[in-house]
Write a protein that binds this ligand. Structure first.
Ligand SMILES: *[C@@H]1O[C@H](CO)[C@@H](O)[C@H](O)[C@H]1NC(C)=O
Ligand SMILES: *[C@@H]1O[C@H](CO)[C@@H](O)[C@H](O)[C@H]1NC(C)=O
Ligand SMILES: *[C@@H]1O[C@H](CO)[C@@H](O)[C@H](O)[C@H]1NC(C)=O
Ligand SMILES: *[C@@H]1O[C@H](CO)[C@@H](O)[C@H](O)[C@H]1NC(C)=O
Ligand SMILES: *[C@@H]1O[C@H](CO)[C@@H](O)[C@H](O)[C@H]1NC(C)=O
Ligand SMILES: *[C@@H]1O[C@H](CO)[C@@H](O)[C@H](O)[C@H]1NC(C)=O
Length: 207
């Protein structure tokens, strides 16, 4: 683990010591989906006068804490890494297979090289790797039904049917009461009417 300050110190120092040498890393940013593979590549370029006799490359990932971790040391990357170096082209590559969401991060190559018996090192600017969740119809449905906090379309629809049912059930006694009242009213009216028709004397007595 190397602190970030050290990385920048190294970059500045290397820039000072070897002004005519740079390390290019490709791509600078890449968006991929879970399960896909990625290959990052680095190339060291030196002016004609500078002869790089030997080199080796180390790959680092910047952790959430801002520290650099050598990729080979991370258990979550084990078995999914493939490093290559091409001495003729003075380049190197790192392949990561079956990408996971938490592979997201910034990856750096570090060239350790020799010029005239001097051993120097130079970091590239890095690659930002962003691994996105695989979006399928299935996971969309799953996430809307599993979703507790957000009002999704599915939730709203469920609540509409729920609410209609609830309203109906709650209003049922009231509706029955209403029907009964109406019935009683009509019944009473009818009995009064019939009483009025059949025996007018009785109606007068009631009044
Ligand atoms: C990686 O692990 C080795 C030992 O397994 C250790 O010497 C080295 O310092 C570690 N590198 C980083 C950057 O953590
Ligand atoms: C690295 O980044 C610096 C500043 O962002 C830039 O000046 C330099 O050209 C970059 N180096 C390479 C090799 O892309
Ligand atoms: C990803 O890499 C693995 C192992 O290196 C390989 O078996 C697989 O075919 C690759 N997948 C794709 C989509 O290239
Ligand atoms: C990264 O995610 C995988 C599942 O995709 C999990 O098994 C692994 O423990 C995670 N690693 C870390 C360091 O969070
Ligand atoms: C709710 O949706 C917002 C974006 O619309 C998202 O950021 C948030 O994580 C979601 N919350 C839950 C609990 O899914
Ligand atoms: C929908 O119903 C669920 C429980 O069935 C409840 O937690 C949620 O707050 C309701 N949403 C709305 C908008 O009424």
């Amino acid at each position: 683990m190397l602190p970030n300050e050290f990385l920048f110190a190294v970059i500045h120092l290397s820039a000072f010591v070897s002004g005519h040498i740079c390390v290019e890393q490709q791509p600078t940013i890449v968006h991929l989906t879970e399960g896909e593979n990625v290959t990052l590549s680095c190339h060291i370029r030196a002016d004609e006068g500078e002869k790089i006799s030997k080199f080796r490359v180390e790959w680092y990932i910047e952790g959430a804490d801002g520290q650099l971790h050598e990729v080979g040391n991370l258990s979550q990357l084990r078995g999914r890494l493939h490093e290559k170096a091409n001495s003729n082209q003075q380049s190197a590559s790192l392949s990561l297979s079956s990408l996971k969401l938490n592979d997201t991060g910034k990856y750096f190559c570090n060239f350790i090289y020799q010029i005239d018996q001097k051993i120097l090192q130079l970091y590239a600017n890095g690659t930002s790797l962003i691994v996105q969740e695989e979006v399928t119809t299935e996971t969309t449905i799953l996430s809307t039904t599993n979703n507790a906090g957000n009002n999704t379309d599915a939730d709203t629809e469920n609540n509409v049917t729920e609410n209609v049912l609830l309203t109906f059930l709650l209003s049922l006694p009231l509706s029955l009461k209403f029907v009964a009242t109406v019935f009683i009213c009509f019944y009473t009216l009818f009995s009064y009417t019939s009483t009025f028709i059949s025996c007018p004397g009785l109606l007068r007595n009631v009044r």
